[in-house]
Design a protein around this ligand. Structure first.
Ligand code: HAM
Length: 425
């Protein structure tokens, strides 16, 4: 036997059990997003490499080390998107729907980063992303966060903590960067290898180092908050008020700086203790400078993205069931006449909106009932020679084994009554 080919490292198959969990997240997310007036946009997976260098920042880990970039057959430098914000802004500028307009948009799909794979961190991963353009005030930041909170609640997920920070304007951040650098230079001897590497390029990222040995250096660093301009301070204070009013608890984390350069003012992350090291399930913030930076007419903007793999893992830990993905009944057909009538009967049941799985491929009663059990259906519908002759059907409740015989004409009403569509068991 020749050696079987395996998937690319860090890129996963999603098997049906997982897909059903994902579909549940997607449909609830769609409902929540639509309830706030967000509309879906679909964007290419490949963009010009330059787009990411100009938005995420050429000195970030993502752009420096993690992009899947290649030259295509016509010599263009292209990249598999590592995130969705840059492409969304590009599309907005190109299609002219950002200028003087309010746009609330969302997207979902795969993203690619050549990171070291581990639990919760993959090379192909998926996001549901949300971006809002044209609103500068903090009520929008609050609305984005409230929308997340509503989504967690609708999915039955608890234990997520909200961390907030403000990075100020690009100018106030530049002033802070200078002060921080001055301080870090005095600490050079105490910096670890990672921090030394970041020192010249991206010193703010040193602040979110997880190395315990670095915590003392970080704790004594000048505070970003002290460097905030007055307008950013006011913005942040208003956001806090809106969230308190909405009853959403949060922690201000002055070390939260994010790994992408485009953020201004508000940044936030939703984290959990249930996922180990990769604890951030959702992250985002404001990026008021990005539209202009990418060649559009200046427009304020803010958004976030949810990591699907991490959210789905949280859902899996909470043992939800997804009845809408399971058949309501499994049709067992014994003998040729029953098989023929069974297929037609199943079609009529589906016409009435029921989910029916047919036993195709024959087999004895015992084998078919075993499959019925495995299908997750509530009922088995038994169709044998007698039933065909009498236009009747035997219904077996697979939870308690109780069996009864009824006329086929009564079947639809009975199934609709006993297994309402998508009802939670
Ligand atoms: P990000 O923090 O790079 O932000 O990613 C957002 C979320 O995507 C993370 O919190 C995490 O849940 C998930 N994620 C990121 N990388 C991986 C990975 N390698 N494997 C699994 N999950 C991952 C952004 O991408 C911004 N575009 C968010 C945003 C939208 N900001 C404003 N608008």
């Amino acid at each position: 036997m020749s050696k079987a080919i395996q998937a690319v490292r860090g890129m996963n198959d999603l098997l049906p059990d997982a897909v059903e969990r994902w579909q549940r997240i997607e449909s609830v997310a769609r409902e929540v997003l639509h309830a706030y007036g967000y509309r879906e946009i679909r964007l290419p997976i490949i963009e010009k490499s330059e787009l990411f260098a100009r938005s995420i920042g050429s000195l970030t880990d993502i752009v420096e080390k993690e992009m899947y970039s290649f030259e295509d057959r016509s010599g263009e430098n292209l990249t598999l998107r590592p995130e969705g914000t840059a492409g969304c802004v590009r599309a907005g500028i190109e299609n002219g729907f950002l200028h003087n307009q309010i746009q609330r948009l969302w997207y979902a799909g795969p993203m690619f980063r050549h990171e070291r794979p581990q639990k919760g961190r993959y090379r192909q991963f998926h996001q549901i992303g949300v971006e809002a353009f044209g609103i500068e005030s903090a009520d929008l930041d609050a609305e984005l966060i409230m929308m997340c909170a509503r989504l967690w609640q609708a999915l039955g997920i608890d234990g997520l903590t909200l961390q907030l920070n403000s990075l100020g304007t690009l100018e106030s951040r530049a002033a802070y960067r200078r002060d921080l650098l001055r301080y870090l230079e005095t600490q050079r001897g105490r910096l670890d290898e990672d921090s030394l590497r970041r020192l010249d390029k991206n010193p703010l990222r040193i602040l979110d180092s997880k190395n315990p040995d670095m915590q003392k250096v970080i704790a004594a660093a000048p505070s970003l908050y002290d460097h905030l301009d007055d307008a950013s301070r006011g913005h942040f204070a208003r956001l806090g008020e809106y969230l308190r009013q909405a009853g959403i608890p949060f922690t201000v984390n002055p070390r939260l700086v994010r790994g992408l350069d485009y953020y201004t003012r508000t940044v936030f992350e939703w984290t959990t203790e249930r996922l180990g090291a990769q604890s951030t399930v959702c992250a985002g913030g404001r990026y008021d400078g990005l539209v202009e930076q990418l060649g559009g007419k200046a427009a304020p903007a803010a958004g976030f993205a949810i990591g699907m793999e991490r959210l789905a893992e949280l859902m899996a830990q909470q043992t939800h069931q997804y009845p809408e993905a399971q058949p309501q009944a499994y049709l067992v057909a014994l003998g040729e006449a029953a098989e023929k009538q069974g297929l037609a009967l199943a079609e009529r049941l589906r016409d009435a909106g029921l989910r029916i799985e047919c036993n195709c491929g024959g087999g004895g009663l015992k084998a078919q009932l075993k499959r019925a059990d495995r299908s997750g259906a509530r009922h088995a519908l038994l169709l044998g020679e007698d039933e065909v002759r009498n236009a009747s059907i035997t219904i077996k409740d697979l939870r308690d084994g109780v069996q009864r015989s009824i006329a086929q004409g009564e079947l639809i009403d009975l199934l609709l009554k006993e297994t309402p569509r998508g009802a939670t068991p």
